[in-house]
Design a protein around this ligand. Structure first.
Ligand code: SF4
Ligand code: ZN
Length: 302
């Protein structure tokens, strides 16, 4: 059998990165991967050395790789886990988070939908008027922000990878949701407000496949159980389409991401949000209206 050699040394290659025209061995892939994450952080001014970073973890590969890597880079990290209360899913992923936090001696804070909103997601969907992910997304985003604030974090890091980012970009473009796009990007949020903890995405230039390999090479054990509510049809179409384009034209995903980054300042300028940020009349969280989205949804299910 012919051994495919690393482009940088004599060792056996473990991955071919067609978009970079490189085949890399374990050591050179690890160096390449870590250097890219470091560059993403610096290029987008995501973190300062003194920052306390809340890392949103789920137990999947992306968030655990992110936690491991920020800890390895000697940032002051604490893990934040949102337990939505999805039987057969979240209970299966939590032990992976607990294990890594214990190994690395990282504090773990668990916040649950049940405690915060009075119902687990399983209970919520019994009364649902919308898809499960609509409630879950709104509740989780709000709770992650609260959680980061409660532990006095300066930043909230989330494990979105290149696939998540390009899917989000393409989905919003196709639906003409340009305001949503203006609110996206490497550092999330248009509004400057103490009640919002800035969300950062250090893995946004790393593909899902690369995250899997990095986890494997560093010995990070993660859960690959899928949420029973997952499977938005449109996202699956976009995912397939992007994977096909990447296969035929390597570099497509990074190209989309970099084009979006160049457009972002124009989008932000165009959709500059005016007006004050109010405190929600029910829960006090920041909102552009009178009652925040979480409280509106909470009302729907009571
Ligand atoms: Fe929540 Fe939907 Fe993700 Fe499941 S797939 S965790 S319901 S957002
Ligand atoms: Zn509210």
């Amino acid at each position: 059998m012919i051994k495919v050699k690393c482009s940088l040394c004599n060792k056996k290659a473990v991955i071919e990165l067609k978009y970079a025209n490189k085949k890399l061995c374990e050591k050179h892939f690890t160096l390449f991967y870590e250097k890219r994450v470091r560059r993403t952080i610096v290029k987008n001014s995501m973190l300062r050395r003194k920052d306390k970073v809340a890392v949103g973890v789920s137990g999947g590969k992306d968030s655990l790789v992110l936690l491991y890597l920020l800890h390895k880079m000697r940032y002051n990290v604490e893990a934040v886990l949102i337990d939505e209360g999805i039987k057969g899913y979240r209970d299966k992923t939590i032990p992976y988070v607990e294990k890594l936090c214990k190994e690395l001696n990282i504090p773990l804070h668990v916040f649950s939908f049940k405690e915060e909103y009075g119902k687990t997601l399983n209970e919520t969907v019994k009364k649902r008027k919308r898809p499960a992910c609509s409630y879950c997304g709104v509740f989780r985003r709000s709770l992650l922000n609260k959680a980061a604030r409660r532990i006095n974090a300066d930043k909230l890091a989330i494990g979105h990878n290149l696939d998540d980012e390009t899917q989000m970009i393409l989905m919003n473009f196709t639906r003409s949701e340009l305001l949503r796009l203006a609110r996206a990007g490497p550092v999330v949020g248009i509004v400057e407000d103490d009640r919002f903890v800035q969300r950062i995405k250090p893995l946004r230039e790393c593909s899902e496949k690369e995250n899997v390999l990095y986890a494997l090479l560093t010995g990070i054990k993660y859960s690959d159980v899928e949420c029973p509510y997952a499977g938005e049809a449109f996202r699956s179409t976009v995912r397939e389409c992007l994977n096909m384009m990447e296969e035929k034209h390597p570099g497509t995903k990074l190209g989309i991401l970099h084009s979006f980054d160049k457009l972002l300042p124009i989008l932000k300028e165009h959709f500059q949000e005016v007006g004050e940020v109010n405190a929600c009349k029910v829960c006090g969280e920041p909102t552009s209206g009178e009652i925040c989205k979480s409280c509106q949804m909470k009302k729907e299910i009571t």
